[in-house]
Ligand binder design. Structure first.
Ligand code: GZL
Length: 332
C-alpha cells in the first residue's frame, strides 16, 4: 500500500513541476495572468544593451498587467543569488534571470526547484548540466554572433582597409566581455571558429573590458601603448566597449574605422551613430528586447503548456554602409 502511495505522490510532484503551474489558492484552475507574480534578477546596468533589456522586461510586464518584482545586482553574482532567495521566500510564481556568469548557480536553482518555482533563463545561460533546473533559455546564439563578426572581417578586410595593396598579416586586438559570462566565452570561441583556416589573421592581444565603455577605453589605451601602429583591427564583444575604444584611438591620433577597423556586437543606437560618422565598421545584432518572449513563456507556463528548452532570437549584421538608413528604425 505504501509503495502505491509513494508512487502516486511522485507522479503528482512531477506533473506539478513539469507544468510549473501554480494553482489559484481557491481552485484547481491555473492562476489568472493578473494574479501571478514574477521575480526578475537582472545583472545590472553595465551597458546600453542592458538598459534596453531592463526597459523591455519592465515595460512588457506593465503592458500585460503582470506583477513584477525586479532586482538590479550591480553585476555581482552574490547579489543575484540574494535576489533569487528573496523571490523564493516571497513564493513568487516564476523567476526570470540573466546570469552574470555561467557557473555557481546549482544550489540556488535547486532551492527554487524544491520550492516548486519554475525558472526561466533570459539572455544568458548557465553551465549546470541538470537541465531540469530551468524551463527554457531565451536569447541569442553568442557563438553565431562571434562567427558572424569573424566572417565579416575575412570577407571585407581587404575591401575596407587595403583595397589597393596585397593582403599581408592582419593584427587583431580583442576586447572581451565580462570574464566567465556566456556571451564572452561564446563570442571568443565563435570569432576563432571563423578565423580558422585564415592564418594571416592574428589575434595579438585579448583582454576583458567588462562590457563597459569606461573599461573598454582604458584597455584600448593600454593596447595602443604596447602595440600602437601594429594594430589593424579591433574586435569588441559589445558596442559599449567599442565606443570607449574609439575615444582612445582618436586620442592616440589614429582614425577609428579607417586606420583601425572596428567590429562589434549588440547593434545599439550608439553603434549606428558611430558607423554613420565612419568610426565603426560593422555591428552584429544581439537583441535586448526579450520582454515579449519572456512573458509569452511565463503565460504558457501558467497555462500548463510545454515550452521548448531553447528559444533563440533572430538577428542580423549591420555594416557601416546601411547605418544612416537603418538608424531611424532602431528600437534600442
Ligand atoms: C548579450 C548580453 C551582453 C551584451 C552586453 O546578450 O548579455 O551583456 O552584449 C551586455 O552589452 O552588457
Amino acid at each position: 500500500m505504501l509503495k502505491f502511495l509513494e508512487y502516486a505522490l511522485l507522479i503528482a510532484g512531477l506533473l506539478f513541476f513539469q507544468t510549473g503551474c501554480r494553482q489559484s489558492a481557491d481552485s484547481d484552475q491555473p492562476k489568472d495572468i493578473s494574479e501571478i507574480v514574477v521575480g526578475f534578477a537582472q545583472i545590472g546596468a553595465e551597458s546600453a544593451w542592458r538598459t534596453a533589456n531592463t526597459e523591455s522586461i519592465i515595460s512588457e510586464a506593465k503592458k500585460r498587467n503582470i506583477q513584477l518584482k525586479f532586482s538590479d545586482a550591480q553585476q555581482k553574482q552574490e547579489n543575484q543569488i540574494k535576489a533569487f532567495r528573496s523571490f523564493i521566500a516571497q513564493n513568487v510564481d516564476v523567476i526570470g534571470f540573466s546570469p552574470v556568469v555561467e557557473s555557481g548557480w546549482g544550489p540556488v536553482l535547486r532551492e527554487a526547484k524544491e520550492a516548486g518555482i519554475p525558472v526561466i533563463l533570459v539572455d544568458r545561460a548557465v553551465d549546470e548540466t541538470d537541465e531540469s533546473l530551468w524551463v527554457t533559455v531565451i536569447g541569442s546564439d553568442f557563438i553565431l554572433e562571434g562567427e558572424r563578426a569573424g566572417k565579416w572581417l575575412i570577407e571585407n578586410y581587404q575591401r575596407v582597409k587595403r583595397p589597393d595593396k596585397r593582403m599581408n598579416v592582419v593584427n587583431i586586438v580583442e576586447l572581451q566581455g565580462t570574464v566567465g559570462s556566456a556571451p564572452a566565452n561564446d563570442r571568443y570561441r565563435g570569432f576563432r571558429n571563423a578565423l580558422a583556416g585564415h592564418p594571416n589573421f592574428k589575434i595579438i592581444k585579448t583582454q576583458t573590458g567588462e562590457f563597459t565603455r569606461a573599461k573598454g577605453k582604458e584597455v584600448m589605451e593600454a593596447f595602443l601603448k604596447s602595440d600602437g601602429k601594429k594594430i589593424d583591427v579591433l574586435y569588441s564583444h559589445n558596442d559599449d566597449m567599442a565606443l570607449g575604444a574609439i575615444q582612445a584611438i582618436e586620442a592616440y591620433g589614429q582614425r577609428p574605422g579607417k586606420d583601425i577597423i572596428i567590429i562589434s556586437i549588440d547593434a545599439v543606437r550608439g553603434a549606428f551613430e558611430a558607423m554613420a560618422a565612419g568610426k565603426l565598421n560593422v555591428t552584429v545584432e544581439c537583441s535586448p528586447l526579450l520582454g515579449p518572449q519572456f512573458y509569452d513563456a511565463v503565460e504558457a507556463l501558467i497555462r500548463g503548456e510545454t515550452i521548448p528548452k531553447r528559444i533563440v532570437t533572430d538577428e542580423g549584421v549591420f555594416p557601416m554602409e546601411v547605418a544612416e538608413k537603418e538608424l531611424p528604425n532602431r528600437k534600442y
